[in-house]
Design a protein. Sequence first.
Length: 410
Amino acid sequence: MRIGDTVKTAYRGMRSNVFRAFLTMLGIIIGVGSVVLMTGVGESMEGVILGQISSLGAKSMVIFPGNGGPEEGAATARPGYDSMKFSDIEELEKLESISDIAPVVFIPGDTNYGRESSSPTVYGTNESFFSNQSIEIEDGRLITKADDEKVKFVAVLGPDVVDDLFPGSNPIGKRIKIADRTFTVVGVTESVGTQFFQNADERIFVPLSVARSVTGQKHLSYMTFEATDTFDRAFADVKYVLRKRHGIVNPEEDPDKDDFTIRSSEQAQEILGTVSLALTVFITFVASISLIVGGIGIMNIMLVAVTERTREIGLRKALGAKSIHILIQFLIEAVLLTFVGGVIGATMGVLLSWLAANVVHQFLASYIFAISPLAIVVSLLTALFTGLIFGINPARRAAALRPIEALRYE
């Protein structure tokens, strides 16, 4: 019996009871569909996060006061929130492993222009902050060293702040109120979008000296800088200086003993890798359960099919069909069921991933549709392998039937 004839026979067997075939394939459909969907979402989110990491600069590093890190909020009053002093900057500037230090002091309060009001995050910083964070100017100019030295009350606005305060008009040269102080708008930054799920376009930048004057703050909210050498050397040098200045003895490198937290873009990529691995393991676990359930369903249905077609098997053997032909026929039927189920599942996964991307893109502009061809191929191959494994037992049982006994079966 030719393979082509066997495939046609298997296809006719599947079409003879479409509803039962669909229920049989349901576990495979769910398993493959969930893998394709979740990997598609994972690819899209990875693209979003990698884009945000790259926007911070390849050598970018950040120091937060306290040992809670940025998760607790840079301006939150927690133990060690005031640990970073301006005098620390002078010592850090002596290090050769880092450069472009940009301290940040937040100014609380609303921002107003006439009757228009906005509640952006107001950063007091220097010119290095913009290069560290890859922020470009769209109109006007950025904060300069002269602005900081002369304590000029000037401000650079993010595009969303411009939309709030100056809908349809040019803000350059206009005077706005920040924390009841008057500032002159000198620039508008290019759109950055979302950075780590926060709106980076809803920010205002003013000179660091002005922020210190307005708030009277004696400590930093945080600081950014660039590593000129390896991250490891920059980490080691910065920790050595800060521990020495803050009187911290920490030979065992226990982060809980430090009153500061250092982060880098490299760490962010490592965290992303860990999350991606965890997501892959989870997807594999879910898919495995679905495929196993689907495989058991296929095995049961194929066993029923063997019983229903016992006389047919006997007739074929009586006409000269060998056991190997019967074995191959039922194996092909099982594999065909899982393959069709896999194709349906993969198609549904791609469609749902595309739909999710279109919905999320409305709220997160950097989220775009992405799919993993490798995930689709691996899922389909796994589905075929499932059909092969769970189809062996019914196929062997069909092949083992004796022609005379099979023909007598009622």
